[in-house]
Design a protein around this ligand. Structure first.
Ligand code: MN
Length: 230
């Protein structure tokens, strides 16, 4: 059956370049320069946060970080590495291990990967002024070995399923985008798996830095100054 055998091969050949072109168009349409919004909001002569740059080298394992941020309102910044930047959401109540709990996650501007080591204070009066704690960090991947393409598609579709391998969070999670006008709002939900726990209140239980073991108060009053080692 040579005629039949040709058809699936053709489909595969057509699909691959079309997908790539589509992904590039979306990125170009969304933001002319990666991290432009991040850089525009900050005065790097006043804050110790890193300036936004996209690294040229690509590492294989994708990283995630969660930063507890006592700004005007306490929240947790949830960041997932994708295409050279950290996709970022502000989660007012932080993550929950209870699969029946949906946590509001407001999408904010992409952050540079070098932000993943930032712990310290942002000067009052500057954007996001307050104390930042590294609350969790690790690697993550698409569910079912879908790879980076599945992550890109999930992000664009507003249904991003992923598996975390952190010190404090692990297992399967989903971010679901709600259909509302304005800056995208998502829901962060734990999938029901072995890492799910309906009884533990993990944000109340774990109140120290994953990097330095310091409390928010110790970070706020600490003499140790964060430096960009990149
Ligand atoms: Mn924040």
């Amino acid at each position: 059956m040579p005629a039949k055998a040709k058809t699936p091969a053709k489909r595969v050949a057509r699909k691959t370049p079309a997908k790539k072109t589509g992904a590039k168009k979306i990125v170009a349409k969304k933001r002319a320069t990666p991290l432009a919004e991040y850089n525009a909001k900050r005065d790097f002569t006043l804050t110790k946060e890193p300036a936004g740059k996209v690294p040229r080298t690509k590492t294989k394992a994708l990283h995630f970080v969660i930063q507890k941020h006592a700004a005007s309102h306490l929240h947790f910044d949830f960041r997932l590495e994708l295409d050279g930047v950290m996709k970022s959401w502000a989660v007012p109540k932080g993550p929950s291990l209870d699969p029946s709990v949906r946590r509001l996650a407001m999408e904010v501007e992409d952050h540079p990967i070098s932000y993943n080591t930032f712990e310290g204070t942002i000067p009052q009066g500057e954007y996001g002024g307050g104390t930042v704690m590294l609350w969790d960090r690790g690697t993550y991947e698409a569910e079912d070995d879908g790879g980076v393409e599945a992550l890109r598609e999930g992000y664009e579709r507003g249904d991003l399923k992923f598996v975390l391998k952190g010190k404090r969070l692990s297992g399967s999670w989903v971010l679901v985008r709600m259909k509302r006008p304005g800056r995208p709002q998502w829901l962060l939900i734990k999938h029901d798996d072995q890492a799910a726990d309906r009884k533990r209140d993990i944000t109340a239980e774990i109140t120290t830095s994953v990097a330095s073991k310091r409390s928010m108060e110790q970070i706020a009053s600490g003499r140790r100054v964060w430096r960009n080692t990149a």
